[in-house]
Design a protein around this ligand. Structure first.
Ligand SMILES: *Cc1c(COP(=O)(O)O)cnc(C)c1O
Length: 454
């Protein structure tokens, strides 16, 4: 029998996260205060985020950040996650490539997002915070945070974009199972929500509005902090448990990846699988390629610009130096809800600029075709987001078939698609369309970021 899964015992759950900022040849540019345009200090973030996360956000010196025992204990509910050799996918493709995937879909929340949710909930609890809040669009982050808050005994309030609240009832039910308070946004519970509803009582909400409501709640409520599930440096830091485990598991398999692939929304699962391997490129001259797979409908890495931009639609956040297609970007309603963010995280953007990683964009139908092949060969129905990583992997594996090269490819299976079966329904009914951002649309959105850089 050929070995299919490479499993590590709980005792191998990493004891420290890897902070790539400490070893980057060019450190990220500073995050700027939107009013004064001065670099932000960690203390400037304290009113919004808990202190430990704020400190981690701006830590460019400590290469290893210890993982608290309480967080490792919670990780033990699903970590170490399996590394799996995709023999049947390889066979279906007829490729000489060896394909491995790290299965983050086994977490109780069904995705990698719990790796950071648990850390953020723990640090909040430790600081004496009693409530945490956030926004959620598709609902994956809200689900992960609800679970994490429950585990650490704090209350969780989620503002869910009203359109999703009505269209994605199962994600809402998941959050309810974990005891979160869910408010459809816009709501009458905040100034920001009231302002919008006064003008249009039927407003269906947007991620931008939900962010504004959650931040308003956090800064106006004692002992309440805001949390984010992607993009920010501390979130990407927490995800490095994925790659640190994978590194040991690849060793068990007796291989080292030539190519590492992940789907890309704000960049947290990409960071998680990539950075621990990328450190060997930076420090030892290894030549692994790192590929971020993004949707053609939201092509910030492949067609965006590296410049300062707001992190949110309303323009309330600090200015972030990043690849962006403009904060006024209005995403098409593709199914990979987690990949529709207009910018890339600050660290990934610098690494991209410096040539340490590459990116490709993919049409929605190609990604679902890949997802279905993966389900039929490897038996796991992937999240629409993860389908992008699979499609990118298949492209590389087919290149190997042409050239006869036996490369080792590792991708991150960021989550499963159980709550997204309606997306698969649409694919099977032949009603799925592709949305490629036109040059005109791109120019219009990009102008909103360009204006901040003059
Ligand atoms: C949220 C999400 C993503 C995208 O977020 P990143 O921060 O880019 O990783 C990808 N896959 C799944 C399953 C998600 O829930």
């Amino acid at each position: 029998m050929k070995q299919k899964k490479f499993i590590l015992p709980e005792s191998e759950i990493p004891t420290a996260w890897f902070n790539i900022q400490a070893i980057m040849p060019n450190k990220p540019l500073p995050i700027l205060h939107p009013g004064t345009r001065q670099p932000l200090k960690a203390e400037d973030l304290y009113p919004i985020f808990c202190e430990e996360c704020s400190n981690q956000e701006l830590d460019t010196t400590n290469e290893w950040i210890p993982i608290p025992e309480e967080v490792r204990q919670q990780y033990a509910a699903y970590r170490c996650t399996p590394l799996v050799r995709a023999y049947e996918l390889e066979e279906a493709l007829g490729t000489p490539a060896h394909i491995y995937f790290k299965n983050e879909s086994v977490s109780p929340a069904g995705s990698h997002k719990l790796n950071s949710a648990l850390a953020q909930a723990y640090y909040a609890k430790k600081q004496g915070i009693t409530n945490i809040t956030t926004e959620t669009g598709a609902g994956q982050w809200g689900g992960a945070l609800s679970y994490a808050a429950k585990k650490f005994g704090i209350d969780c309030a989620v503002y869910m974009v009203k359109a999703s609240y009505n269209q994605k009832p199962y994600r809402r039910s998941i959050m309810q199972c974990f005891d979160a308070a869910i408010t459809p946004s816009p709501s009458m519970s905040t100034r920001a929500g009231k302002d919008i509803l006064t003008i249009n009582p039927n407003d269906q909400g947007s991620l931008g509005t939900a962010i504004s409501e959650a931040i308003e709640l956090a800064v106006s409520t004692p002992n309440c902090k805001y949390t984010l599930g992607s993009v920010l440096n501390h979130v990407c830091l927490h995800q490095t448990v994925i790659g640190l485990e994978a590194e040991k598991q690849m060793e068990l398999a007796g291989e080292y990846p030539d190519i590492v692939i992940a789907c890309f929304g704000g960049g947290s699962n990409f960071s998680g699988i990539a950075y621990p391997f990328m450190r060997h490129n930076i420090q030892e001259g290894k030549k692994t390629r790192f590929i971020a797979a993004e949707p053609s409908s939201c092509p910030k890495l492949t067609r965006g610009k590296f410049e300062y931009d707001f992190g949110d639609e309303a323009g309330l956040t600090p200015l972030l130096p990043m690849y962006t297609i403009g904060h006024t970007f209005k995403p098409a309603t593709i199914h990979a809800g987690g990949l529709r963010y207009h910018g890339a995280g600050v660290i990934m953007s610098q690494l991209m600029k410096d040539g340490f990683m590459e990116a490709i964009d993919l049409d929605q139908t190609e990604t679902f075709k890949a997802g279905v092949l993966f389900a039929r060969t490897e038996g796991i129905i992937p999240a629409p987001e993860s389908c992008h990583a699979i499609a990118a992997t298949i492209r590389e594996a087919l290149k190997c078939k042409e050239t006869g090269e036996q490369k080792t490819i590792l991708f991150n299976l960021s989550g499963h698609g159980f709550v997204d079966m309606s997306a698969y329904d649409q694919y099977f009914s032949g009603e799925m369309s592709n949305y490629v951002l036109t040059d005109e649309e791109l120019a219009k959105y990009q102008a909103s970021a360009d204006a901040l850089n003059q």
